[in-house]
Write a protein that binds this ligand. Sequence first.
Ligand SMILES: Cc1cc2nc3c(=O)[nH]c(=O)nc-3n(C[C@H](O)[C@H](O)[C@H](O)COP(=O)(O)O)c2cc1C
Ligand SMILES: O=C(O)C(=O)c1ccccc1
Length: 371
Amino acid sequence: MTAPSLPHGAPVNVREFELAARLVLDPVHADYVRGGAQDEVTVRANESAFAGLCLVPRVLRGAGEPVLRTTLLGHEASMPVLIAPTAFHRLVHPDAERATARAAAAEGVIMIAAMLSTVAIEDVAAEARKAATDPCLWFQLYPQPDLGFTRAIVQRAEAAGCRALVVTADSPALGRAERNDRNDFHDLPPGLRCENLRELRGGEPGSVRQVVLSPEISWRHVEWLRETTDLPILVKGVLHPADAALAADLGVDGIVVSNHGGRQLDTTPPTIAQLPRIAEAVAGRVPLLLDGGVRRGTDVIKALALGAAAVGIGRPIMWGLAVGGEDGVGAVLSMLRRELANALALCGCAAPSEVPRDLVMNGTAKEGCAR
Ligand SMILES: Cc1cc2nc3c(=O)[nH]c(=O)nc-3n(C[C@H](O)[C@H](O)[C@H](O)COP(=O)(O)O)c2cc1C
Ligand SMILES: O=C(O)C(=O)c1ccccc1
């Protein structure tokens, strides 16, 4: 797959997309994307924890060319990498979620559309269908105390063709991003709206200030959603093994091990460090996804080895979108695809489902590894 041509020089890896994005973005918006809560300890830890794990490859396996295709909750995906939900795509590119949806569909990648999108979910879905006959969109939900609105938005997502509901559980309050405080960035600029919030009561229609990140949201809301929709339900933002076990007991269809990219509670553990504990607690009852700090094909393999069925990427998609719209998102996805195929081959693995646990050991390549 050839990387589409990009303005401002072509990044050769996913991290370089951030540098390229900085060249085109308003610094306030670049900071919104990059930022995390408070000291950003967890933002850094997510990435460095991947670097703190060794891959110990197997040799002479005759595995053949790796096949990346994967099934998640019964949905086909061209690789075990999803687009994590991120709010406000129009902040970084005028084509916004439309461009992201087209790139995802063209790449055969599952996109989790954010409830706080700047394009209505019906239009996101219509755009995805322009790029593929059978695109796969999931919908991310911040359950609202206004259950009438919550029911209506879930029904809208379902009617638009979304195939799963991803319920964000790590946001009983908004995390404090000091970059946004410093930049006095607390609202969307004029002309941009949260197009899914038009029917939410309170405030200017479509204003982000209408959304409630409520400490009242509980497992009872998950149970209520279970009765309200036939869509499969994933819970996103689980870090404690006991919560993973609760989610599995409740019969959710998937768990996203996530710390919101370090944007909610600072100093939570990096997701890749929690994954083995959560995998143990869940014992295969529910598929696990993971996001936070995934920047390399080798990161994807480490997550697969430690129990994830797939990973999500958040910031890299925003950087790709900023740099090149649909082509930029496509370039980020195809870069990770190439890296994953290369890393699987170098590890002697034929497919994502065949990544063994003992491929990963603790310790950096510099220090040597310990089991
Ligand atoms: C700009 C931005 C906006 C985000 N918006 C949402 C959101 O609306 N809902 C949500 O559940 N997670 C949101 N997230 C968190 C992502 O879904 C994901 O957990 C995180 O970005 C993964 O880490 P990564 O950026 O290191 O890949 C957002 C993240 C970023 C960077
Ligand atoms: O930026 C975020 O990470 C996010 O999820 C969010 C939540 C509420 C309002 C705006 C963004």
